[in-house]
Design a protein around this ligand. Sequence first.
Ligand code: 0X9
Ligand code: ZN
Ligand code: ZN
Length: 306
Amino acid sequence: AHDYTKYNNWATINDWVISISSANADLISRQVIGNTYEGRPMHLLQIGKKTSSAKPAIFMDCGFHAREWITHAFCQWFIKEAVSTYGSDPEMTNLLDRMDFFVLPVFNIDGYEYTWTKDRMWRKTRSRNSGSSCIGTDPNRNFDAGWCTTGASSNPCSETYCGSSIESEIESKNLANFIRSNKSIIKSYLTIHSYSQMLLFPYSYKYDLAAHHSELVLFAVAYAIAALRSLYGTRYTSGPGAVTIYPSAGGSDDWAYDLGVKYSYTFELRDEGRYGFLLPESQIKPTCEETMLSVKYIANHVLNNP
Ligand code: 0X9
Ligand code: ZN
Ligand code: ZN
């Protein structure tokens, strides 16, 4: 059975996605943005009060990397919090009245399934590579942002294989097509990873500072991580990806930013390495609660500074 304080497999998440969207039809619309390589439907939820006029939107995805299980848990938590606090929490009510969240709860479904059945530490997609017996591409090296120039490998056996071409992975293409088609309303792109407790922003594929680096970007980030820390004292670091974590090309955050989505952030959730990808289930609730604070902070900032 589905449980927000446990890790749920894809079948459980998928049933839950269908039931929570049906049970909250006034706030959630569900669509499929395409299928994965192995044919699983990529469900995207649009969460927000339905209005006649167009609203600004935030796009958020979880589960790019298969083994980063706390991220899948966070997207489920976010959706639960949104529908269960709408109408009672003034902040969430205001956000959902005035904007929409597009939430993709599991981006790399095939990889996630593989971490449950075969290899808990799997990272990449599960696509075949011609001329190699190695499987999969790193989806966060597969986007059109300095593709495969740095911090990525052209070897299909590498954990950071950039793929045979830009958007070679159907999952990347499905996501990129959706964001391209809706870029006039998408003001912010949040992509949730783990671990290392960081809030990263462009660029990672080059050392250039983003055009909006100074106040808009840095300021938002400083307050977002302060909001996060206020609950349990969890410390995050922040900055441009290239200097804060490592240079690496082909990430969805840099791609979205260069497309024109100004507020483009990568979260690296708990922890700092003690458990790493194997974060105990006892940390799901505190991690999700604190992360909610910074996502809500960013959402307010986006709403007030379009
Ligand atoms: O390397 C990544 O893709 C991310 N770290 S992870 O440990 N979750 O794999 C960091 C992504 C930062 N952004 C870009 N490289 N564009
Ligand atoms: Zn990751
Ligand atoms: Zn709560």
